[in-house]
Ligand binder design. Structure first.
Ligand code: KG4
Ligand code: ZN
Length: 356
């Protein structure tokens, strides 16, 4: 686990076990405020949901039930720790699928009660937002965050831990959703983002002209629903002629359109906020085309850009354990000791007060 260094020293030493079950990944990790990441384990449900072309919530919950405790055992064994060595238990409180969230919350509460340790619910998006700090603990607030996942597309001004001002967000589909829906139209499997990116590598983005909604709008909002409709129209128009070449070209054009808009708006957010640091987080942050555009744009601006390690872009346990650890260390969390737990399937990041 030595690839993940500890954060700057400060506060008392804490070891937090975090559990992530908000969607289709069961993730568990132990984060130590002094030694960094001590252990982590992940089970992806991609194979389980792939035949349905998307996440089936009931199947997701049932699979989390089967996976979480063995993942906890694996993580603790990797860390060389017993449950009694853990200082606090954390789980993803929301947003996410209600049934899936309940599994992580229930298991975390039971473990916390058994061990007599405090229990803390974490905002999934705060986990994503802080995930680049897992590999770069020196990275500090304030920064502009581009949060691009399957369910969210947001630009935030992150002033301090727990203080996130929304600068703009999607008015319809999220960027990940645009990747996934376009991939589906091209006959690709689920989740479509990585598959579309792979296909795009062989394509010519200039072969198709796709819209870049809101590219020049005055606000920092996004809109991707029209792009999906444009892809549908092209696929229908091509009909039988949609061969391997056209599919690769169309995939490249989709990726180009989505990443053009994301990069342009991220640049606009940096300019408007006057901040010199951009942090990218969420599953779409793994997209290499997006990364190269942001690298180039930030170099032109003289701004710094930080990404999570590729393995921490999509949902994972370390980001939850880390976010909980940061909050506890900063005195910004009110962990429960009554072991009542709750979930927030819908939970705006803006509602997240400094003391969650
Ligand atoms: O953050 P995440 O794991 O889950 C949510 O909290 O939503 O993000 C998943 C999303 C999916 O839409 C997936 O297609 C997309 O991230 N994604 C990608 C790539 N890897 C994952 N999209 C484009 N390129 C990628 N390489
Ligand atoms: Zn996520």
């Amino acid at each position: 686990m030595s690839s993940v260094p500890p954060p700057p020293a400060g506060g008392r030493r804490l070891r937090v076990l975090g559990i992530e079950t908000s969607c289709d990944e069961s993730g568990v990790a132990v984060y130590d405020s002094q030694a960094g990441l001590l252990g982590h384990a992940l089970h992806s449900q991609v194979a389980l949901h792939s035949e349905y072309g998307g996440v089936v919530p009931e199947l997701a919950s049932r699979d989390h039930i089967a996976r979480v405790l063995p993942l906890v055992d694996t993580t603790l064994a990797q860390a060389g720790l017993a449950l009694s060595d853990i200082d606090a238990l954390a789980y993803t409180r929301g947003p996410g699928l209600a049934g899936a969230l309940l599994v992580g919350a229930g298991v975390a509460a039971a473990l916390a009660m058994a061990a007599g340790k405090p229990l803390l619910g974490v905002h999934h998006l705060e986990g994503h937002l802080l995930s680049p700090l897992l590999s770069e603990p020196g990275l500090d607030f304030p920064f502009v965050a581009l949060l691009v996942s399957g369910g969210h597309t947001m630009l935030l001004q992150a002033q301090a831990l727990g203080s996130y001002r929304l600068l703009g967000e999607t008015v319809d589909d999220a960027a990940g959703e645009a990747f996934d829906k376009s991939a589906k139209l091209l006959g690709l499997g689920y989740p479509g983002g990585p598959e579309l990116a792979r296909l795009a590598a062989d394509g010519d983005a200039g072969a198709f002209d796709l819209p870049r909604p809101k590219l020049h709008s005055d606000d920092l909002d996004f809109s991707f629903a029209g792009l999906k409709t444009a892809v549908l129209t092209k696929v229908r128009a091509l009909g039988e002629q949609l061969g391997a070449r056209q599919r690769a070209d169309l995939a490249a054009a989709v990726q180009q359109a989505i990443t053009d808009v994301l990069a342009a708006k991220a640049v606009a957010a940096l300019q408007r906020s006057g901040l010199g640091t951009l942090v990218v987080a969420g599953g779409v942050g793994a997209n290499l085309c997006l990364r190269s555009k942001l690298d180039a744009a930030c170099a032109r601006l003289g701004a710094r850009v930080h990404y999570p390690a590729l393995q921490w872009c999509t949902d994972n346990g370390p980001m939850i354990a880390y976010a909980a650890c940061r909050r506890l260390q900063a005195g910004l969390a009110q962990p429960r000791r009554d072991y009542a737990f709750d979930i927030r399937p819908r939970w705006d990041l803006g509602e997240l007060s400094a003391a969650a």
